[in-house]
Design a protein around this ligand. Sequence first.
Ligand code: ZN
Ligand code: FE
Ligand code: FE
Length: 300
Amino acid sequence: MLLIGSHVSFTSKEQLVGSVKEAISYGANSFMFYTGAPQNTKRCKIDYDLTVEARNLLYENNIELKNIIVHAPYIINLANNKKKENYEFAINFLKEEIKRAEMLGIEKLVLHPGSFVNLDLETGINNVINALNEVIKPNQTVKICLETMAGKGSETCYDIEHIKKIIDGVNYKDKVMVCLDTCHLNDAGYDMASFDLFLDKFDNIIGIDKIGCVHVNDSKNPIASHKDRHENIGYGTIGFESLISIIYNKRLEKVPKILETPYVSSDEKTYPPYKFEIEMIRNKKFNKNLYEDVKNYYKN
Ligand code: ZN
Ligand code: FE
Ligand code: FE
């Protein structure tokens, strides 16, 4: 069965209940959210009653908890330890984030490994390893999925060899998985038109069973541009056919596919494209009226 969903919101008021409702409105059977704003670390307490209510809603809608993903805020940077207090803050925040995910019953936490900034790549990678070894407990139920990055600025992990190095250095390797992001992979220089060759390579270096999540995004920029600007499905440089063959790749059948494509804007408002993108993915048919369909649907 195709596991498809998108990024959804998680508010302090409705928490997971709101996220599930939003995912259902898109026709999704999987989804991902940040436990607060992606760009900051303000987080609310996880409410037990809302969590129970959300689990009932999931059950009624045949969505499995194991196909729900939490994304750590992207300001968490484990690769730079120049400012000790920031590095310690990131480590402690991640420990708390794992606890929040566990309270919600979620098993996968996607993490941007980090940028080395004013250090060097090797030091950055070692910082990530040391941080993860401080964070990961042998009895935790949450797996940290390291995301493949575009190589923007001083990002680490634009090369899958970096991720391999990190996993090699982590003590509890079974707690670490990988999140592939098609836009980031394209921008990093991997050709998404020959995805099976990429998967063979990934399998040799890391192992396909380590792939815990796929972020399905088209890209605004050409291959190897190191930019990281997501585009709607079929509207970018990767293209609809390549993305469809990635989404339906037999070797990734049990891995949730999550859309992080941009909202559609109209008269100073923006609308989520996910209901219509999921529809075209399910139909395997490109919708050239995506933007109009989205605007018409949400305006009324
Ligand atoms: Zn991400
Ligand atoms: Fe992503
Ligand atoms: Fe991105």
